[in-house]
Design a protein around this ligand. Sequence first.
Ligand code: ZN
Length: 343
Amino acid sequence: MIHANSSRPRFVLAILLGGMAMFHFSGCQMPDGSPKEEPKGQPKDEPKRDQFAEDRAPNDPKAIPFDGKRAMGYLKDLCAIGPRISGSVGMEKQRELIKKHFEAFGAKVTLQKFDGKQPSQKDAVPMVNLIISWRPEAKKRVMFAGHYDTRPIADQELLERDWTKPFVSANDGTSTTAWMMELAHHIKDLDLKVGLDFVIFDGEEFMFNPKRDRFFLGSIYFADDYKKNPPAHRYIAAVLLDLFAGKDATFPIEVHSYFNAAEVVDSIWKEAEKQGVKSFLYQRGHEVLDDHIALQKIGIPAIDIIDFDYPHWHKLTDLPENCSGEKMAEVAKVLTAWIQRLK
Ligand code: ZN
């Protein structure tokens, strides 16, 4: 992902937009009244506000014993493969592992294959988005999303000679997959009234020259395909998790998420409050371009839960030891409670 205010992502250093002032949700106005920043492409299929209303929801969504230690074990297993750059042997190995894992829990795993071509590279690379479906028959669905490719270069390292050293990207993408792998143990115990898809994008990090190359190949392909071949189901919300498992991660509200899916943001941050999870900050956060943007452009109310202040972003130190199973469990507590309230 990149910070929206930077044309050169490697210079991005956590620039806060408008500080961390508290703001309130009413309509689609940001607190400083800056509608100019509103991203293009408005959702066409926004859920009605009452879709998330508490009075229609069960009082007590079931709590699940999300095992942070086991989630960290999955994270270590994925990182142990080494770099998993799109089109590489490591990526192929990872895909097999993930597919097998979810199929063992009874999920339907669909491989969405496409060729990813970057202007800076001579050849296209085969890429695969993974769509892992629970309750595939349900027409009303929610998406939890992430990416599973690792960046070819660790270009936030100060010394350019370090950029090409093996980079495993523990929190950047990988933590989301590990989180989903642990969540797979508990899906059968959730009281789900909607269908649930884990959509794991390829080609999020396949970037060699930020001036020439395209970002977000996987989510853009997914969105184009969704538009060209409209499925029988409909996503009422999508929640992207990225850089969310750092030890001290906090989640102020990402700006595009708020502009395009305020009701999803509102309902999740309220749920966090209800669950006593303090890392969800009801404050304005960074403006981040990430895989949720392509989803928003096709009318899916999509948000990004992201800790863009993670100090190891695109550095060789983005390692499992800088991630936290407790943090993963916190986020699971919020999202599993939230999703059980949806009808
Ligand atoms: Zn990244």
